[in-house]
Design a protein around this ligand. Sequence first.
Ligand code: GLN
Length: 493
Amino acid sequence: MSDLVRLTATEIAGKVTSGEVSAVEVTQAHLDRIGEVDGRVHAFLHVDADGALAAARAVDAKRAAGQPLGPLAGVPLAMKDVVVTEGLPTTAGSKILQGWVPPFDATITRRIKDAGVVILGKTNMDEFAMGSSTENSAYGPSHNPWDLDRIPGGSSGGSSAAVAAFEAPLAIGTDTGGSIRQPAAVTGIVGHKPTYGGVSRYGLIAFSSSLDQAGPFGRTVLDTALLHEVIGGYDPADSTSIPQPVPPVAAAARAGAGSDLAGLRVGVVRDLGGEGYQAGVLAAFDDAVATLRKLGAEIVEVSCPHFQYALPAYYLIAPSECSSNLARFDSVRYGLRVGDDGVNALEDVMSLTREAGFGAEVKRRIMIGSYALSSGYYDAYYGQAQKVRTLISRDFAAAFDQADVLVSPTSPFVAFPIGERIADPMAMYINDLCTLPASLAGTPALSVPCGLSENLPVGLQIMAPALADDRCYRVGAAFEAAVEPLSIPEVAK
Ligand code: GLN
């Protein structure tokens, strides 16, 4: 393995800017690493070696011409396959989009390219981002670099696996109910779900529009913050985009590293812990709280009594919105078409296509969502779930009166074995216990590694009020600097 793939994004950008290495050398080193390990990790669905090298050459040419480079110029990145990329296959992990090549870039894709960040390829994911393990991908699961027989989290498991396996220093994920934070936690890396509306959704294939947020992965808090600044900020093409500048997350990450947390009030959420959580996860979390206290933070306990209803509320709202969003996959507009033999009626072609193109979990959710939105049940299910959402936001508001940030484990479990939970939807859904409240409230949350349990990584979740993403990064960076870094194992040969 080349030393170049061990570097952080910040280090790579520094070396590219100073001319110590070229962007082409860095990109080639990562492509070689992908060639070496991705047969076992399966982080990528599509590797774009030619496009990546061309993007790297453009960065090198810009430098040679004396033009200024951005803070991540020449740094390779792995892109979740739910984000559209002009000219590059985009499947959202589904058979129904096999072979579809988008004619345009998502806003975040465009911003990444404009920043000189090099897109290596598209990463594996649970179909349409529904899941917590990547086992719902139509293209087979990804594998956790810590133990190839275990899941790398989901739905952005290809992205987390790529970063943890040193195939890319940065990746993009999307988080609807936890799909950036949980994969970051179980692979021992950093991931952040931005404030809803803080990062454009234009060009993300929609799952649940009132919850979907794209966000960054990195191996350090600062790298993650730098990528956040590249993708974040107002976009007129997204009607829910917040017309405000990106919070100063990179400055917060720099200020946090090595500084103390005196004067900061940290709220431990009583309702996110205890029964149902693995003992090793709770022990690592307790150690993390002790570290925050040692850094000078004042630790308070807060109660958020409605968080217990986050799971049922989410599993009505997300399927409801998905049942509407996925209606566009109708065999006419994109991708797969089955049964178009001149004899079948159009409705039959649609139904045969959806039958063949969607996997079991996607179908389950479309059915639950269609039911919950039907006229006789709308108030009882969807309407009720939206009320619960308001109660959860009020719990957050009350908790943030007592504390500047809230903390919890990111996931109740460490990475579980592939195959262990896939047959039992409820066993899969409870992975989201800790991440769902911030999704429903639209507030930002960061996951940072906080030690090991059974030799597998555990994540600390740091939550802040809407638009205070910088607080997550400041506390995350102070914590990261105060603990032993995890040493991510080499992928077994
Ligand atoms: N695990 C959750 C689900 O299956 C969250 C997915 C996500 O955040 N995209 O819906």
